[in-house]
Design a protein around this ligand. Structure first.
Ligand code: SAH
Ligand code: SF4
Ligand code: F3S
Length: 431
């Protein structure tokens, strides 16, 4: 009995797919890379932009034949698009056996039991079946949902309001992952650094405290987190990043736009100067910090001047990398009621922004040539620096080990490097 999982969307969905996989393994299923071998096909969907949703829907359409080949097979559709369009999915794709939206992830075990009409999971199996799949890096969800209401964004509609996982549950999951071989832990949430910011009674830590506690778990070498919101990038969080040795010197801090007018219309709750001030503090505390971001181009009302301010912000910060998205209207969000720019203009801004981001990224990478970096090697022989650069080590290296390497080529996003003998005494720079 095998299952196949296809995941669209963000790291949140990747973590949810892992969690659903654990539920399936606890019921005696095992994962396969070949859909032909599978009796359950799980499509974990995303709806953040129309393009993401369309890709998932066309895959679901193609599964009609997969199901027809063996009608006892099960097609399961989960995630954010499932939450948003349940009725449409059920009408349009009668071969789908189960639609379970992103909000039902917390009860996925019971939902699967219903589908399989089988006895509930054997808990003892859960642990054994959850054991080594040889991964070195893993996501751990610390909060779900979002209390923001950025005017372009569908996420709060499909994921609901913020819920925090208790700290002891998070630490228990981190320990479990470490026992499976994980060394690099990424804490996950839509506004991950708002963790326990309400200070309600009985909540024994804030996000900075959580970083320290996760770093202190035996066997954890590296701690990262995604996605932080600039509003909660407090001095306490920056200080924890700089002082907890396991917390890596890298940050993906979505900015969305460099124009105050657009940031205001997006309801982002910070200004361009406020964002730059945070970057200043981060660089002061961690001079070599690797910074990345998300940008949306073509937001309704974004003028040529607004757009130029986004470009100038990218230059001012010098991001190591930047994801550039074309604005995509999402039904039910306030921005979708405003008139959109013509596709051609959005395309032009997208291309110009990508081009600039790539040039800045290349410049940032070039400073790493010749430096020594610690690479934590993942399955398949490639690994990552503390700054989260992907590195291919010449001659390969054993997974799960942290090896010092010298960076030899930075032309591509994946760096190339050779192993070094640290006793040689070469100089190191953060990367
Ligand atoms: N919670 C995260 C982002 C989640 S969505 C945060 O607030 O930072 C991931 C990214 O998708 C966002 O950062 C944004 O750049 C992009 N995005 C979200 N909605 C979008 C839309 N309607 N059109 C285009 N890009 C969008
Ligand atoms: Fe969406 Fe804004 Fe929440 Fe991020 S903070 S998930 S962009 S509403
Ligand atoms: Fe993530 Fe897409 Fe949902 S970006 S939160 S999977 S809408």
């Amino acid at each position: 009995m095998k299952y196949f999982v296809r995941t669209y969307g963000c790291q949140m969905n990747v973590a949810d797919s892992d969690e659903m996989s654990r539920h399936l393994r606890a019921r005696g299923f095992s994962a396969t890379d070949d859909p032909d071998d599978a009796s359950i096909f799980l499509v974990n969907t995303c709806t953040v932009r129309q393009h993401a949703e369309d890709r998932a829907f066309s895959e679901i359409g193609r599964l009609r034949r997969w199901k027809a080949a063996r009608p006892d097979r099960k097609v399961v559709v989960t995630g954010c698009a499932a939450e948003r369009t349940r009725d449409f999915l059920e009408r349009r794709f009668p071969h789908v056996d189960l639609v379970a939206g992103a909000r039902s992830i917390e009860s996925f075990g019971a939902i699967v039991d219903g589908l399989l009409a089988k006895r509930p999971a054997d808990e003892s199996l859960d642990y054994a079946a959850g054991a080594p799949d040889g991964r070195v890096a893993s996501f751990v969800t610390i909060m779900r949902g979002c209390n923001y209401s950025c005017t372009y964004c569908i996420v709060p509609h499909v994921r609901g309001r913020e819920r925090y996982r208790p700290m002891d549950e998070i630490l228990a999951e981190v320990r479990e992952r470490v026992e499976e071989g994980v060394r690099d832990v990424t804490l996950l949430g839509q506004t991950v650094n708002s963790y326990h910011r309400d200070g309600r009674a009985g909540r024994n830590t804030d996000f900075a405290g959580l970083l320290a506690s996760v770093g202190a778990v035996d066997g954890v070498e590296r701690v990262r987190f995604i996605s932080p919101h600039p509003f909660y990038m407090t001095d306490g969080v920056i200080d924890a990043m700089a002082t907890v040795p396991e917390v890596c010197e890298c940050l993906h801090l979505p900015v969305q736009s460099g124009s105050d007018a657009v940031l205001h219309a997006m309801r982002r709750n910070y200004t361009r100067d406020g964002y730059l001030e945070i970057v200043g503090k981060l660089r002061q505390a961690m001079p070599g910090i690797v910074l990345s971001t998300d940008v949306i181009v073509g937001f309704p009302g974004e003028t040529e001047d607004d757009f130029r301010q986004t470009l100038s912000l990218l230059k001012a910060v010098g991001f190591d990398w930047c994801f550039v998205f074309k604005y995509s209207p999402r039904q039910g969000t306030p921005a979708a009621e405003r008139s959109s720019w013509p596709e051609r203009l959005v395309e032009e801004r997208h291309a110009a922004c990508l081009d600039l981001a790539e040039r800045i990224g290349l410049e940032r990478r070039r400073r790493l040539v010749g430096t020594i970096q610690d690479v934590l090697v993942e399955e398949g022989g490639a690994g990552r620096t503390r700054g989260n650069y992907k590195v291919r080590v010449a001659g390969g290296a054993p997974a799960g080990r942290t090896v010092p390497v010298r960076v030899t080529n930075t032309d591509r996003a994946t760096l190339e490097a050779e192993p070094v003998d640290v006793t040689a005494g070469a100089l190191s720079a953060a990367g």
